[in-house]
Design a protein around this ligand. Structure first.
Ligand code: ATP
Ligand code: MG
Length: 297
């Protein structure tokens, strides 16, 4: 049987340098710490939702190098299904990040590598047998292919760095558009407002960093204040949020509760270094939600 959720998008190796301040162009700085860890939005989302007890498979690509083998092993160890992952004769994608001590702000450079074959991976996968498909940061033709083959699955889309290639028309039929403010601006390009997206997109979930999150739907707006969290590393906060939000919906929770699950998963994530280390298990998330209430600044 197909997994309940298919996560479509990038699988990467993350190479992070932790520093007080990002060095100026043409200068050098000493890092306080260094870490190589597993990343890629689709893979982080898959691990996040799998830790919350939901069966998930990835549609994505890894290279034939050691990084690719390690990436597959790390996903399997988390219970994520890897049968739809396309192993290509090239390098696994890599992202170099400079994480600044103050607020965990990040500066990133991405090498797509094997991720460039994502359309082929999507074409080879069955897709429509899952209850839900989550798509993150993919080229336009990949999203369109997923939408054409979604079957009865609901679809969430987090455009990430790819937002500027999308027009509002491309997003027709998406159930949940999950993105931050600059990505939203990348799509709207000052030509229209968020409400203009709503006839064709079911709901827009706006992630606002330390200011929390807001859900827009035709009937109105739902707000979720952030949970108190000391930001050690915000890498993957958005993926953690997406995983918590979609998990809640698949467990039958309402939209307000889903916003809380997303915010809580992200708050727990940012307390630890790396995109995945802080991703909570279901028991941890439920305990956190019982004890902590979103707070107002
Ligand atoms: N400093 C913080 N304190 C508390 N919660 C936070 C903080 N930063 C992020 N969050 C939570 O994480 C969610 C997602 O983070 P953010 O808005 O940065 O998404 P994003 O820009 O998509 O992130 P990413 O760059 O990881 O893709 C926020 O909506 C919020 O709930
Ligand atoms: Mg994001």
């Amino acid at each position: 049987m197909d997994p309940a959720v298919a996560s479509v998008g990038n699988i990467n190796i993350d190479i992070a340098f932790y520093t007080q301040e990002c060095p100026e162009k043409d200068s050098e700085a000493e890092a306080d710490g260094f870490m190589v860890s597993h990343g890629g939005s689709a893979a982080n989302f898959a691990v996040g939702i799998s830790r919350l007890g939901i069966d998930c498979g990835i549609v994505g690509c890894v290279g034939s190098d050691q990084f690719g083998k390690d990436a597959l092993e790390a996903l399997r160890a988390e219970g994520v299904r890897t049968t739809w992952i396309f192993e290509c004769e090239m390098e696994t994608g890599a992202v170099g990040t400079i994480v600044e001590a103050k607020g965990g702000t990040r500066t990133m450079i991405a090498w797509r590598g094997a991720n460039r074959m994502i359309l082929e991976a999507v074409r080879r996968s069955p897709l429509g047998g899952s209850r839900h498909i989550h798509v993150s940061n993919v080229p336009r033709e990949v999203l369109l292919e997923v939408m054409a083959r979604r079957g009865d699955a609901s679809v969430s889309f987090d455009p990430g760095g790819s937002s500027r290639v999308y027009t509002p028309e491309d997003l027709a039929g998406i159930d949940f558009l999950m993105l931050n403010e600059s990505e939203l601006e990348g799509i709207l390009r000052g030509r229209m407002g968020i409400k203009d997206l709503l006839p064709s997109v079911g709901r827009v979930v706006l992630k606002q960093g330390a200011r929390g999150a807001t859900l827009y739907e035709r009937g109105g707006i739902l707000r979720c204040e952030p949970f108190r969290a000391e930001a050690v590393d915000t890498t993957g906060a958005g993926d953690a949020f997406d995983a918590g939000f979609i998990a809640a919906l698949l467990y039958g929770e309402g939209l307000g509760e889903a916003l809380k699950w997303g915010s809580a998963a992200a708050a727990l994530k940012i307390r630890k270094k790396g995109a995945r280390a802080g991703l909570p298990r279901l028991e941890e998330l439920c305990k956190f939600l019982d004890m902590e209430k979103p707070y107002r600044n």
